[in-house]
Write a protein that binds this ligand. Structure first.
Ligand SMILES: [Cu+2]
Length: 156
């Protein structure tokens, strides 16, 4: 009986430890998003050349990074072209796409020949594009210059 109690306590401790680890990673990811978003809006010496484009003037809450070297095929193997590959956001939130690659990219909705949803031309290095999502849904997007670059935004 004593052994059972001891092992129960050990199992419970391990579970709590893993739950805490998961929670910490989640909030660290969100915090680093906020830190980078704030630096984009405030560190003018770095982003002074950044050409703003998008459908809103509101400050973004969500960040997607266009990864370094994503112009080169291969990032798609581990879904590392847009970071993160899949982003879950709330209706009414604004996403900021930051290009950290040295080549220019775009963000276009799959199956949208008129490019109405992401009416951006190209995003150059250290430039960004913001888009506010006002409707729930699943948006599969890609870069038309480098079609292997794919990502998904789920709005709920
Ligand atoms: Cu591209």
């Amino acid at each position: 009986m004593k052994n059972f109690i001891v092992s129960s306590i050990i199992v419970a401790s391990i579970l709590i430890f893993f739950a805490a680890t998961l929670f910490t990673e989640e909030s660290e990811t969100q915090n680093s998003d906020h830190v980078l978003i704030n630096s984009i809006y405030s560190e003018k010496e770095i982003f002074s050349e950044a050409r703003y484009s998008g459908n809103t003037d509101e400050k973004a809450q969500q960040l997607i990074i266009i990864a370094e070297n994503s112009w080169e095929q291969g990032c798609e193997v581990d879904n590392l072209c847009f970071l993160p590959y899949e982003k879950i956001i709330n209706v009414g939130e604004t996403v900021l796409f930051l290009n950290q690659d040295e080549f220019e990219h775009n963000v276009r909705l799959r199956g949208d020949p008129n490019y109405l949803h992401f009416p951006t031309d190209v995003i150059k290095q250290n430039e960004y594009f913001v888009y506010k999502f006002n409707e729930p849904g699943k948006f599969e997007y890609h870069c038309t210059l480098h079609p292997w670059m794919e990502g998904v935004i789920i709005i709920r």
